[in-house]
Design a protein around this ligand. Structure first.
Ligand SMILES: [Fe+2]
Length: 199
């Protein structure tokens, strides 16, 4: 039976960091905020034959998955670094193997956004603002605690990737659907690897 970690759903709502007007750039100009985005961003010109209207709808959906995927990757590393106990080496290595694959998924999703003429939005600040994954508690210690936490977010991300496959099918973007299928297939495999420790 896995040890349940503290209730992560009860965490305080996310707050935007306080603005820091004291910062300035080297040339003295006002610092740019990575979260500044036009409401209706223009696409880069491309000879890609997917209709512009389709690309405009696909890009924000992919950027949402990108934020979650980057969040997931940081959680894999958090588990890799901090796990303790008799199963340390097995889990330490497993969590890093997952991290490596998730890093590839991050790249696949981000580069698909750019291929479609969009801007991949993957800064830490935009990820923190946008991700819908459960927050990873900093207090987890045992293998069972990390297995429970990481399996939760793997399952959660797998679900949203599958949801996006359907969205891409509806938008008739077969290639984005294919990328998300690859991602969700890999996530399902890693969920199996992690969950096997608590079954
Ligand atoms: Fe390491």
């Amino acid at each position: 039976m896995a040890t349940r970690r503290p209730d992560r759903n009860a965490s305080a709502p996310r707050r935007a960091p306080a603005s820091d007007n004291s910062r300035s750039t080297r040339d003295g100009s006002a610092p740019r905020d990575s979260r500044e985005r036009p409401d209706d961003p223009a696409l880069y010109a491309t000879k890609n034959t997917l209709p512009e209207d389709t690309r405009k709808q696909v890009i924000p959906l992919l950027n949402q998955r990108l934020a979650e995927c980057i969040d997931l990757q940081t959680q894999c590393k958090q588990a890799h670094w901090n796990v303790k106990g008799p199963t340390f080496i097995a889990l330490h290595e497993l969590f890093d193997d997952i991290n490596e694959d998730v890093e590839e998924y991050v790249d696949l999703i981000a580069e698909r956004v750019v291929q479609l003429g969009g801007i991949a939005e993957g800064t830490a600040r935009i990820v923190a603002e946008r991700t819908s994954l459960l927050d990873y508690p900093l207090t987890l210690r045992t293998g069972a605690e990390h297995v429970a936490a990481l399996s939760d977010v793997l399952a959660q991300f797998g679900r949203s990737a599958r949801m996006s496959i359907e969205e891409m099918d509806e938008l008739e973007d077969a290639d984005s659907a294919d990328i998300l299928t690859e991602v969700s297939r890999g996530i399902d495999k890693w969920l199996w690897f992690v969950e096997a420790h608590q079954q």
